[in-house]
Structure formats: C-alpha cells, structure tokens
Design a protein around this ligand. Structure first.
Ligand code: ADP
Ligand code: MG
Length: 353
C-alpha cells in the first residue's frame, strides 16, 4: 500500500467509526446536547438545565425574564413595584404591571384559602425577625411587645386589589413580602419561555423551587431528590418520579438560628408573630403550577400536619410529602408508587394519609 492509498483507507475507517458512534449516540449532536446556566438571583442560586438543545439564547431569555420579575417584585429593591406599594401603604393605591398584580392576587387567594396561615402582608414580621441563611446562633430575639406591635400590621384583609391593576395596603407601615410565592411564579414563567423556544425537556431549579419540564427522554419520568432535613445539604431522603410537575419544599433547616437552645426558622406564624414551631421539619408539594406549590409549601408548613393534610385533601391539584421532627414521612396516596425512600434511612416510617 502506498501512502496515498493508506491515507484513503484511514479516512474511510474514520468515517465508518463516526457512523457507528453516532448511531450509538456516543458522539454528541444537537439532539443530545445539554445547556445549563447558574446565577445568583432573588437571594438564591438558580440553575436552568435544558436537554436536547444547544442554543444558549434560550438561557439568555429565561434569565432576562427572571431578572425582570425580581426587579418588579422584590421588597428589598427600592425601585420595585412592590416597594412602591409598600412606600404608599396607608396613602394611596399604586398601579402595577399585570405580572405583579397576578402574583399578589394569587397570594391573597392562598391567604383566604388558609384563613391567614399564609399571609403576603407578613413584611413587618419578616423584617423584625430578619432571619437569613448562614446565621446559626443569636444572643437576642425581639421582645414580646415588638412582636405584638408588628403583628397588628399583618392582615391580608387590608390588602386591596382594585380595578386597573391597582394595589393598596390600607394601613401605614404595612408591608408586602412575596418571598414565599415569587419563585414559584418565576419558575412557571421560565417554563413558558422554554416552551416558546421549543425547549421541552429541562430542569428549572430556582433555589430548590424545582420544575421538571416535560420528560427527560423516552417518555421516562424525572427523578427529583427530596432533601433529608436531618442530613447534609444535598443528601436525599427520597426520590420522587414526576413528569411535567413542580416540586417545592419549605423547611426549617436552611434559614434559621438558635437562641437559648431553641430553633427559630424563617417561616412565621401570622397568628403568633413567632417563627413556626410545630411537628413539621419539611414539607414538599407536587403540582402542575409552581406558584401553587410554592405558596402551598409555606402554607402547610405553618398549618402543621393535621390541618395541612386537611387542606391538601381539599384540593384536586396538589399532593404533599410531610417530614416530621419525629422522623416520620407522610405521603399522599396518589404519590405512593412515585416516591422511593432511600433505604439506608430505615428510621423513617412512611405513613399514608
Ligand atoms: P424559601 O423561599 O426560603 O425556600 P418559602 O417559600 O417557604 O421558603 O418562603 C419563606 C419566605 O416567605 C420567608 O423568608 C418570608 O419572607 C416569607 N414568609 C414567612 N412566613 C410567611 C407566611 N406565614 N406567609 C407568607 N409568607 C411568609
Ligand atoms: Mg413557598
């Protein structure tokens, strides 16, 4: 064989090899490509991972939408629409964009549904307690009197939704805080952006506010890990298999501090003014709309096990997994065959409700 012939032979071999690899799916092509991006927004880590797409412009669009929502609905950004409502509390109604109006309307609906266990006017108490991630010990807490004073400002019945996208907080010093619902809304909006770009297989994870969009491949469900509240971050207690569903968890193991040996977490019971302290350590909600899961996870965390089960059973669009401080796991009947407990964690007793 001369050099030229030899060269041709090698090229032929290479082409053959490439054909074999491609047909086995080993060589990545446009169909199997994955793109992902992580950014810190809304005080949390957000990751969007899209399968079977390579156009990074889809990620640009999704993150642009997230930034837009944060700019409108954050209560810590002074120029936001929500800050504008807060600054005009007891003064006058404020016109907001349809986006913001929608989220506030949904928040008020969940406040009514839970008779105030969920309350978007929780702002004054959120500021008073000021509970952030990373803080572990504190040598003071607010006085009873301060708590009582702030509590009088928390009342969703004094949150008025008027015509033409106008919102009014009826008393001075009232304050909206939408931290328990905005990420859910933002998740739904990202899903919309992805669908519009024909990206139909993705994991949207906005700080644990997860949406498993479409299916991964071959119509197989996604496996979403549920954090073990007693383990290290990222250690799962179980895995839930879902298609095109949101999974959102509220727990007392990320944002909390200890004072005099007592744990104080970031979800506040509007009826007491104090951080929630019931039998629940974590509750995960599974729904088709992430805004519902986000609002309901906070709501059920406040309501506790019995009332929480009652509320979730009264809906036909949501399922829940409760984890108690006594290491019991309560799983809705409809989830039973979709949830696998990690076997090593045998101290957990799954209970159906
Ligand atoms: P996270 O967003 O931290 O994962 P949640 O969705 O449960 O958890 O939202 C908690 C946030 O909601 C708190 O940081 C606070 O801003 C706000 N919040 C606290 N208590 C309540 C409540 N009872 N109703 C509505 N929002 C609340
Ligand atoms: Mg929530």
């Amino acid at each position: 064989m001369n050099f030229k012939k030899n060269n041709k032979f090698i090229i032929l071999l290479l082409i053959l090899l490439m054909l074999i690899l491609t047909s086995c799916g080993v060589v990545s092509n446009k169909k199997t490509a994955t793109i992902s991006r992580t950014e810190f927004l809304m005080d949390t880590v957000m990751t969007i991972r899209i399968y079977h797409k390579s156009d990074k412009k889809i990620l640009d669009k999704a993150f642009d939408r997230l930034k837009e929502i944060e700019a409108k609905m954050s209560s810590t950004i002074e120029t936001s629409e929500v800050s504008n409502i807060n600054n005009n509390a007891g003064i006058k109604p404020v016109t907001v964009s349809p986006d913001t109006y929608f989220v506030i309307k949904e928040a008020k609906r969940f406040a009514e549904l839970s008779l105030g266990a969920f309350d978007p006017t929780i702002g004054p108490l959120v500021d008073l307690w000021d509970i952030k991630a990373g803080e572990r010990e504190r040598d003071f807490i607010p006085s009873n009197r301060e708590v009582e004073n702030m509590k009088t400002l928390v009342n969703y019945k004094k949150l008025e939704l008027l015509d033409n996208n106008q919102v009014f907080l009826k008393e001075k010093n009232m304050k909206l805080a939408l931290g328990s619902i905005v990420k859910g809304y933002a998740t739904d909006e990202v899903k919309k952006v992805l669908s519009e770009s024909n990206a139909n297989s993705a994991i949207i994870d906005l700080g644990g506010n997860v949406f498993a969009h479409g299916v991964k491949e071959d119509d197989m469900p996604w496996k979403i890990g549920i954090q073990n509240p007693f383990g290290l971050p990222g250690e799962y207690l179980g895995v839930i298999r879902v298609k095109d569903k949101s999974v959102v968890t509220s727990g007392d193991y990320e944002r909390y501090f200890f004072f005099n040996g007592e744990k104080y977490n970031h979800i506040i019971d509007p009826s007491t003014g104090y951080p929630v302290n019931n039998e629940i350590t974590g509750v995960s909600i599974i729904t088709a709309r992430s805004i519902d899961a986000d609002a309901l996870s906070t709501t059920l965390f406040v309501l506790g096990l019995d009332k929480g089960i009652e509320l979730i059973n009264s809906t036909d669009y949501a399922n829940a997994i409760f984890i108690t401080k006594a290491k019991e796991v309560y799983i809705g009947k409809e989830l039973k065959d979709k949830f696998d407990l990690i076997k090593e964690l045998i101290s957990f007793i799954p209970k159906e409700y």
